[in-house]
Design a protein. Structure first.
Length: 298
């Protein structure tokens, strides 16, 4: 492993991890394409790609952790990691801003404008500009390339805000407080407070995911709210689904940080691995507040 002084940037030895990670991503994406087109090999390709990604992530991040613990990362590397995390979170802000923008466009512009048309040109009979909206959606029958008939989607009930969504909001806000409490323990060299705070944060993250899974089951089986439930169903699952995916990634990162804390990693002076995950977790909290207000409540 290369060594360097404080004024030199550490350059790791060549690695095949990026190659295998790219292969895993390509296999996963290809499997998804095959799967949605009803090719039986698609599911197996997705599983193989996902397993390769998980394996490479653990191996690659394990190498980074080993390099950090060996002391080769100095001030230059710390700055690059911080700026890298800042840019990553900014890209995530843009990612979710696009989805919130789509929700705003449909609620404020698209659906009301469609409802203002002549009834013969709306999505289907009795189409209204109210939100939640059933359309655009439903089966379309075409004859000789011309639009013949719209069949509106099945009725559904929207997800209310003051049940599981409110509980999940409390869970995530509490988890933001517990990870901050853990950070305070790290700054005071109180390892017990650090580990307990991280453990509580991990448990709260898992609790959120369990509640989210139950909410989806409730939506599909009792409310009739599915991906095919028109504009509302599509935006609901798009926004909450991607947020749930980010919470899953964040929980995995929290578990890794918890084990590192238990092994004695991080000091009050050097702990960006912990800090970067805390930044990400707070970002996930803020996104959920936006979801709770604009998707569930208003």
């Amino acid at each position: 492993m290369a060594t360097h002084s404080e004024n030199q940037y550490f350059v790791p030895t060549p690695s095949l991890y990026p190659v295998f990670m790219s292969a895993g991503l390509f296999t996963l994406a290809s499997g998804f394409i095959f799967s949605i087109n009803n090719y039986s090999a698609g599911n197996w390709m997705m599983i193989a790609g996902a397993l390769l990604i998980v394996l490479m992530t653990f191996r690659w991040m394990g190498k980074v952790i080993a390099e950090n613990q060996s002391g080769v990362y100095k001030s230059w590397e710390d700055k690059s990691f911080r700026w890298g995390m800042i840019v990553f979170i900014c890209s995530e802000v843009a990612f979710f801003a696009a989805f919130f923008g789509a929700l705003f466009y449909m609620r404020v512009i698209s659906v009301p404008e469609l409802a203002s048309f002549d009834p013969d040109f709306t999505m289907y009979k009795d189409f209204t500009g109210a939100w939640p909206s059933l359309g655009p959606g439903g089966d379309v029958i075409r004859f000789a390339g011309a639009l013949e008939t719209y069949t509106p989607p099945a009725n559904f009930s929207p997800m209310g805000a003051w049940g599981l969504p409110a509980i999940n909001t409390l869970i995530l806000l509490t988890s933001g407080a517990t990870i901050t409490w853990a950070h305070w323990g790290l700054l005071k060299n109180n390892r017990k407070q650090l580990v307990i705070g991280m453990l509580l944060t991990v448990l709260l993250g898992i609790a959120f995911l369990i509640c989210q899974a139950y909410e989806y089951h409730h939506a599909y089986t009792e409310l009739g709210l599915t991906l095919g439930a028109g504009a509302y169903g599509g935006t609901f699952f798009m926004l909450t689904g991607f947020h749930g995916f980010h919470v899953t990634l964040g929980t995995i990162m929290l578990i890794v940080i918890l084990f590192r804390c238990m092994k004695g990693h991080f000091t009050a002076e050097r702990h960006f691995g912990f800090e970067g995950v805390a930044w990400y977790w707070h970002f996930v909290d803020v996104v959920w507040l936006g979801l709770f207000i604009f998707v569930y409540w208003l």
